[in-house]
Design a protein around this ligand. Sequence first.
Ligand SMILES: NC(=O)c1ccc[n+]([C@@H]2O[C@H](COP(=O)([O-])OP(=O)(O)OC[C@H]3O[C@@H](n4cnc5c(N)ncnc54)[C@H](OP(=O)(O)O)[C@@H]3O)[C@@H](O)[C@H]2O)c1
Length: 228
Amino acid sequence: MATILITGTNKGVGLELTKIYAARGDTVYAACRDPGSAEALAAIAGDVKVLSLIVGDSGSVDEMAVSLKDVVIDVVINNAGMKGPEFDQQNTYAMDFDGWAETFNVNSMGPVRVMQALLPNLKQSTNAKVVTITSQMGALSLDMAAAHAYCASKAAVNKFMRLASIDLKKDGVAVGLIHPGWVQTDMGGPQADLTPQESAEGIVAVVDRLSIASTGGFWKWNGETHDW
Ligand SMILES: NC(=O)c1ccc[n+]([C@@H]2O[C@H](COP(=O)([O-])OP(=O)(O)OC[C@H]3O[C@@H](n4cnc5c(N)ncnc54)[C@H](OP(=O)(O)O)[C@@H]3O)[C@@H](O)[C@H]2O)c1
């Protein structure tokens, strides 16, 4: 059985990931901004420990790491993310720069904060992994001219995690990036291709296959390699 920490678990893909790991008997540290209103999370059976965490706030991330001192963590899944300003305010002609900065803080820096704070925990595992739920929209190979701030934030986290995979190889920590597909969540909308459960089931299978041998990869939820 493994110990998994997941961010953004109160709804969407993060909630489904928590359900799957809990159902297979893993211990899940389920982080979200407001545990008090996370009813669906509280209803999950199994070894689920709900944590308060604001990934955009260094103080909050540090507090979380202190509370987990000496806990061996096998897998960190950076899932929390935001789409950023209204789309007519994040394009070539108009930009809500404060909104872009917030998006960058949450989507690009948040995963790095969480990873750095939990490195001592990960290094105690014999099968340590850090996975970030990114997006195809962060791929330089995809020319979809929409949500420029969101796209740039995901491209940034892709690059950082790719570099981290090189650095952390010697520490035995595998690093991976996963595009979850277009998913029926508050972010993806009801017309999206996949249910959160379908996406999360695929993500779990990709995480299971991630190892030091494959560290630094970018995959789709269905296991296919994603172009950078
Ligand atoms: N849905 C898609 O089609 C799709 C496609 C590609 C990539 N993704 C990525 O998949 C991941 C999960 O998204 P989802 O589809 O499950 O979306 P979702 O249902 O909207 O859930 C997003 C999660 O991120 C948290 N979050 C949002 N803004 C935050 C902030 N400012 N600070 C901290 N946490 C914040 C939310 O918490 P609150 O409820 O507290 O806001 C929630 O737990 C994200 O990284 C997203 O970029 C999704």
